[in-house]
Design a protein around this ligand. Structure first.
Ligand code: ZN
Length: 382
């Protein structure tokens, strides 16, 4: 007998029928919050038991009604036996239904939209980072579900340089974009590597402010886009409130205290199979200097990471038309600074594909380690 379960961190799926292993019928579940289901559905994560050696066909019946149907084109479901190695399985999308096939090796297999990043791992990341002498962990307040909002301040306190640059990195405003926290994990591991010359220079010249998970409630609830109040946090930056978007309210308040010289906001993109950045060219306050900094940052990343590219992306926003509710736009406008939204793929990086795992947690970590180089390239010009 086949069973499916979801009662774990970020678990999410609706079972329509398990009667036939060749026609397992599923619906991707709408986001869950304190006000009930929200509009978006895209994230899934579930465990299937009892199918060792049995050819399975998993049919996601409502794929075309999800938030980003284009996200299923060329996409492959990730699966894992041990919840450590997540690999891609054969997946087709016919424009209506997404169908994934596998014959499991063992009686227990997990499936997900992307390699998960659990709340326990998030707490482990905060804990291990805080062991560094360069890190001060700050509690900002509680989320709607009562989880901690934590911010890491990171600098070499023995450096007596004046006017250190304030570099912000935030991730997972959209909680199902788990690659964003994998990116932060790689970033922190390298930044806190005492033998890394790039990190040593950056820690002497900068204070880093890092929020590894902007949306812990949505993460645990298994939402792709929203927090527990149903808010899309990357549309809350102009007028956040403690009732609807405490995560943004608390972090924004801290940014206003520290100032911002550079901000990176890490995301995943459902549709485009590339790594890319989006800048603030649509802001009324966009200047030639910011454009030059953007170009220098991108040129450095291009030169140092074959996983980064600038040909594919969102396209330019006309000056004066930028949506000021987005973090990158609000921050760049408020502080007159360089700010980027970093997008990584849910699918694979088409310029450097990996047939086994596609884009993955480990590859996101490598990209996060590598972003220290473009930061270094602009640090004296910020
Ligand atoms: Zn996003």
């Amino acid at each position: 007998m086949l069973t499916i379960s979801t009662q774990f961190d970020s678990g999410a799926i609706e079972v329509v029928s398990l009667a036939d292993p060749q026609d397992i019928q599923l619906n991707i579940r709408a986001h869950q919050g304190i006000h009930g289901a929200a509009e978006f559905a895209q994230w899934f994560h579930f465990r299937l038991q009892g199918a060792a050696g049995v050819p399975l066909k998993l049919r996601f019946l409502n794929a075309a009604q999800c938030a980003y149907p284009k996200g299923w084109e060329g996409y492959r479901v990730v699966a894992s036996y041990d919840r450590q190695l997540w690999f891609r399985i054969d997946t087709q999308f016919d424009g209506q239904v997404m169908t994934a096939t596998i014959t499991p090796d063992t009686n227990s297999i997990y499936f997900a939209y992307f390699e998960p990043y659990s709340y326990e791992r998030h707490l482990d990341l905060l804990g291990s980072a805080a062991e560094s002498e360069h890190v001060q962990s700050e509690f900002l307040g509680y989320t709607i579900d009562g989880r901690d909002m934590n911010l890491l301040h990171i600098t070499d306190a023995s450096s007596t340089l004046q006017n250190k640059k304030n570099i912000w990195l935030i991730a997972r405003q959209h909680p199902g974009e788990t690659m964003a926290e994998w990116f932060v994990e790689g970033f922190l591991e390298r930044l806190l590597d005492v033998d890394d010359p790039v990190s040593r220079v950056l820690l002497a010249k900068c204070v880093f402010h890092v929020v590894p998970n902007m949306n812990p409630d949505g993460s645990v609830r298994g939402n792709l886009r929203t927090n527990a109040a149903g808010a899309n946090l990357n549309r809350e930056w102009q007028t956040p409130t403690m009732e609807r978007s405490p995560e943004v309210f608390l972090v924004r308040q801290k940014m206003l205290e520290t100032g911002v010289d550079l901000c990176l906001d890490a995301h995943g993109d459902e549709g485009l199979p590339y790594n890319f950045v989006a800048g603030s060219e649509g802001n009324p306050g966009y200047t030639d200097k910011i454009e030059q900094l953007e170009n220098a940052f991108k040129a450095s990343w291009l030169a140092t990471s074959p996983d980064f590219q600038t040909e594919q992306g969102y396209g330019k926003t006309a000056k004066g038309t930028a949506n000021q509710t987005l973090a990158t736009n609000w921050i760049a406008q408020q502080f007159g600074c360089l700010a980027f939204t970093i997008e990584m793929p849910f699918k694979d990086n088409a310029t450097l594909p990996d047939a086994g795992v596609g884009w993955s947690g480990e590859r996101s970590k490598k990209l996060g380690e590598g972003v220290l180089l473009p930061i270094l390239s602009v640090i004296n010009s910020l």
